[in-house]
Design a protein around this ligand. Structure first.
Ligand SMILES: Cc1cc2nc3c(=O)[nH]c(=O)nc-3n(C[C@H](O)[C@H](O)[C@H](O)COP(=O)(O)OP(=O)(O)OC[C@H]3O[C@@H](n4cnc5c(N)ncnc54)[C@H](O)[C@@H]3O)c2cc1C
Length: 481
């Protein structure tokens, strides 16, 4: 195999887990290749994975645009700005989103060049190579535009995940949409159905509601956002319902039938009554499944668990020597920043360093309006674990900056250990929660107490004062409420 290109590390997948692992490995002095098969509309490479192409980035672009539209239509007048003849230019909104995605794709290709990571556009498959494996190395075949034969001492698998389909209702991306189709609807649907009130369902439902769709969200679970702190989830449910999202909990989805004009969803509501929803389009956001298609896992005996995730230990080591796996394709939260942290940690472990991911301080964000963000334990988790805790909340209604912004819904909530005062969880529903949560992450990483945050000087007027005030509230001494 004289044409085989040899690397210290080959990373399969160029999403946030893979491309960050590749860059970190290159920084550490390894010769690194990254193989990614994502292809743009022109047939060119589009590294960045789900996150960049059909996830985090395009969804946030559309959330921003649709929020501007909603503000222009509803809240500008209150600021003394009258907008006459407001119209939606959906093709431009989608074009801008595509440009944002393209900038990110190009940014990753630039970073690969800068860090001397060799990029191959195509699909990487493990090739059985008893000799290679015995020597602690692996052979990979790349098919596609960047076809090549590669060998590597270490392989990092970061092949991500795909949207889960509902049985009997495959995605056609025209009427029945995954996240991919939901980010590219070419005309605002009159009636939009969303199955699944998780992060993706709520974000996508919000985008299309803001630009005029009548959105119904059907959720199988009896509670709204069950993983979120109950008090925060209740507040969010109230706010989203007020905005016009119709959310039905505890439904049981039955038959889904495509019609000439759209789709019919038969379901049973929480009271057990048969219902029928007719929609122009249907977004199905019921979770994601790990992606190992075409990887050749079986060829080399890479072990998967019963749900199809690659089996890894706490260090992201698989059952094969020198084969690692990170991100959505392994256990743990399906979040871009979790994938990135694992990618960095694995590259450092390969270099003999002590890479580390603290799963207790991974922040979660839902980019609705208001945003929801949290880190650490919820009140219900603490109760279930029998942990004695103190809680403090502070409403944005009492925050000067929020009033000036005209964005006063929601609150910050602190949970701290009853004895030591160590912060155990921080939960926010409100403006810029995604940014505010960082302070809590830092505090928890340093095992700070609520008193520490309460005694730190926060700029005035700023939303972050609500964080300080919630910390003060743990000791029942809020100053502004
Ligand atoms: C609509 C939506 C919104 C989201 N918003 C957020 C958010 O705001 N914040 C957040 O943290 N997370 C968000 N996520 C989740 C986030 O996108 C994922 O957690 C993240 O992309 C996982 O990164 P990854 O590197 O593991 O996999 P991916 O990003 O899925 O990347 C995997 C890459 O590997 C490639 N690949 C697969 N197999 C092969 C192969 N054999 N050879 C070569 N290439 C291969 C794929 O083509 C893909 O490019 C969102 C997801 C969706 C769907």
């Amino acid at each position: 195999m004289s044409d085989t290109k040899n690397f210290d590390v080959v990373v399969i997948g160029g999403g946030p887990g893979g491309y960050i692992a590749a860059i970190r490995a290159a920084q550490l002095g390894f010769s690194v290749a990254c193989v990614d098969e994502w292809t743009n509309a022109k047939g060119g490479p589009a590294p960045g994975g789900t996150c960049t192409n059909v996830g985090c980035i395009p969804s946030k672009a559309l959330l921003q645009s649709s929020e501007h539209f909603e503000h222009a239509g509803h809240s500008f007048a209150e600021h003394g700005i009258d907008v006459a003849g407001l119209t939606l230019n959906l093709p431009q909104m989608l074009k801008r989103k595509d440009q944002v995605v393209k900038q990110n794709n190009e940014g990753i290709l630039y970073l690969f060049k800068k860090n001397k990571v060799t990029f191959f556009h195509g699909r990487a498959t493990f090739v059985a190579s008893a000799a290679g494996a015995a020597e602690g190395g692996y052979t990979l075949n790349v098919t596609g535009p960047g076809a090549a034969a590669l060998s590597a001492r270490h392989v990092i698998v970061a092949t991500g995940s795909n949207a889960r389909e509902l049985p009997g209702a495959p995605f056609d991306e025209k009427i029945i949409l995954s996240n991919t189709g939901a980010l590219a609807i070419d005309a605002v649907p009159g009636k939009l159905g969303v199955i699944g009130a998780g992060v993706i369902g709520l974000e996508m439902g919000s985008v299309w509601r803001r630009v005029g769709a009548d959105v119904t969200v059907l959720e199988g679970l009896p509670t709204f956002l069950g993983a979120v702190d109950e008090q925060i989830a209740k507040e969010a449910h109230k706010l989203f319902t007020k905005q016009g999202l119709k959310i039905s909990l505890g439904v049981k989805i039955g038959t889904i039938t495509k019609t000439d004009t759209g789709v019919t969803v038969e379901y049973t509501d929480a009271a057990g009554a048969a219902q029928k929803g007719e929609y122009d389009r249907l977004i199905v956001s019921i979770g994601r499944v790990p992606n190992t298609i075409g990887l050749g896992a079986d060829v080399v005996g890479l072990a998967l668990d019963e749900r199809g995730f690659i089996n890894v230990d706490g260090d992201c080591k698989t059952n094969l020597p020198n084969v690692w796996a990170v991100g959505d394709v392994v256990r743990g939260p399906m979040l871009a920043h979790k994938a990135e942290e694992e990618g960095v940690a694995v590259a450092e472990r390969i270099a003999g360093q002590h890479g580390h991911v603290n799963f207790n301080t991974i922040p979660w964000v839902i980019y609705t309006h208001p945003e929801i963000a949290w880190v650490g334990q919820t009140e219900q988790q603490l109760k279930a674990a029998g942990v004695a805790y103190k809680a403090g909340t502070f409403p944005f209604l009492a925050n000067g900056r929020a009033r000036a912004l005209g964005d006063t819904s929601g609150m910050v909530k602190f949970l701290a250990d009853a004895t030591t005062d160590e912060i155990l969880g921080v939960h926010i529903v409100g403006p810029m929660a995604s940014e505010l949560i960082s302070e809590a992450v830092v505090a928890m990483e340093f095992r700070a107490s609520s008193e520490d945050i309460a005694r730190i000087c926060h700029a005035h007027p700023s939303l972050s004062e609500a964080t300080k005030e919630a910390a003060l509230a743990v000791d029942k001494r809020s100053l502004n409420f």
